[in-house]
Design a protein around this ligand. Structure first.
Ligand SMILES: Nc1ncnc2c1ncn2[C@@H]1O[C@H](COP(=O)(O)OP(=O)(O)OP(=O)(O)O)[C@@H](O)[C@H]1O
Length: 321
């Protein structure tokens, strides 16, 4: 069968079969989730429509984490702010955390509405050169719960990529939910034509987070997304008075560094824990402009520079799916 992957188990039903990912032969196969999601089936015509739509978007970056609450949305927001601080760059931030959209709050645009224009949905602008799209803008209240199964989430992500009037964009940052869920499979599937520059993976120094990050790394390798690098967030606490650093999560200090060395991945940097980050996020303000000289803001800026450098030295077509 033409659609049986080379690493398939015996009696694999094939990626385009209705039984893909569901038959007894699929149990234990590393491709099971991808096949069951339908992502491996015959290409959806939307992939080509999205490819055409996103020809005006230069760089597409995914922000991933194994665990929730490790600072992924916070980083996505600050990466977007930092990139948009260069007025010559157009930046877009897409929140595909369908069930827990926190980007509108962090970006200070909670309660905003998206509008339909002749060329699609208009995103919400934080600055002239910083556009945001999130399901949070489509809910009647921030407390509304989105309880959707995979196909509905898939449809929403398709619409975000195909029907939003993104315009000319230098960087599209995609904030994802934790783990490797339906949203990840959808985004990978729908961007397979347009291409993804790479993924930034966020972890905390704790072993529980590092363990899940290894799964995230394997996911990227499996779906052939280049990994730009790993960020260790909440990495120590710098006392604002004495400037000494305390490790909050001993004895795992340096865990991300060791994991990166072992897996031959770049560690983009470590961002210390700073309670002012949470405060800025709650107030919808950029921590980078609120406390620009803090060790955490400096760490963010250094990391963002590495991501800029990565994007300018890679083109998406270097990494065809
Ligand atoms: N370096 C940091 N220092 C202090 N607080 C931080 C730091 N990074 C993130 N936070 C705070 O940690 C909390 C979780 O961050 P965030 O919502 O970005 O995590 P997440 O990984 O996106 O979570 P989820 O996947 O569940 O949406 C937030 O309250 C945020 O303000």
């Amino acid at each position: 069968m033409a659609d049986v992957p080379s690493d398939a188990p015996e009696h694999c039903p094939g990626t385009s079969s209705d039984q893909a990912g569901k038959s007894s032969a699929c149990q234990g196969c590393p491709n099971q989730n991808i096949c069951a999601s339908g992502a491996a089936k015959a290409p959806d015509p939307a992939i080509e429509e999205i490819r055409q739509k996103l020809t005006t978007v230069k760089h597409k970056i995914l922000v991933l984490s194994g665990k929730g609450g490790v600072g992924k949305s916070t980083f996505s927001a600050h990466l977007s702010h930092a990139l948009a601080s260069d007025d010559s760059k157009e930046v877009a931030l897409l929140d595909v955390d369908i069930c827990g959209p926190s980007i509108p709050k962090i970006m200070g645009i909670e309660g905003e509405q998206v509008h339909q224009s002749g060329s699609g949905w208009s995103p919400v602008y934080v600055e002239d050169n910083l556009a945001v799209m999130s399901i949070g803008f489509l809910l009647s209240s921030p407390d509304d719960a989105v309880i959707w199964r995979g196909p509905k989430k898939n449809g929403m992500i398709k619409q975000f990529l195909r029907d939003v009037d993104w315009g000319e964009v230098d960087y599209l940052i995609v904030d994802t939910p934790p783990g490797t869920s339906d949203e990840h499979l959808s985004i990978v599937q729908y961007l397979s034509g347009a291409g993804i520059d790479g993924a930034v993976i966020i972890t905390t120094p704790q072993e529980v987070s590092l363990q899940d990050v290894r799964k995230e790394i394997r996911f990227c390798q499996k779906v052939k997304i280049p990994i730009i690098g790993v960020i260790e967030n909440m990495s120590g606490f710098v006392c604002p008075k004495c400037k000494n650093t305390s490790q909050i999560f001993p004895p795992t200090t340096g865990g991300a560094q060791r994991m990166c060395e072992e897996l031959n991945l770049p560690l983009l940097g470590s961002v210390p824990l700073d309670p002012r980050i949470g405060r800025s996020c709650d107030e919808g303000k950029s921590f980078l402009t609120e406390v620009p000289d803090s060790p955490a803001a400096v760490a963010y800026q250094n990391i963002v520079q590495k991501i800029r450098d990565y994007c300018s030295s890679h083109t998406t077509s270097d990494h065809p799916f």
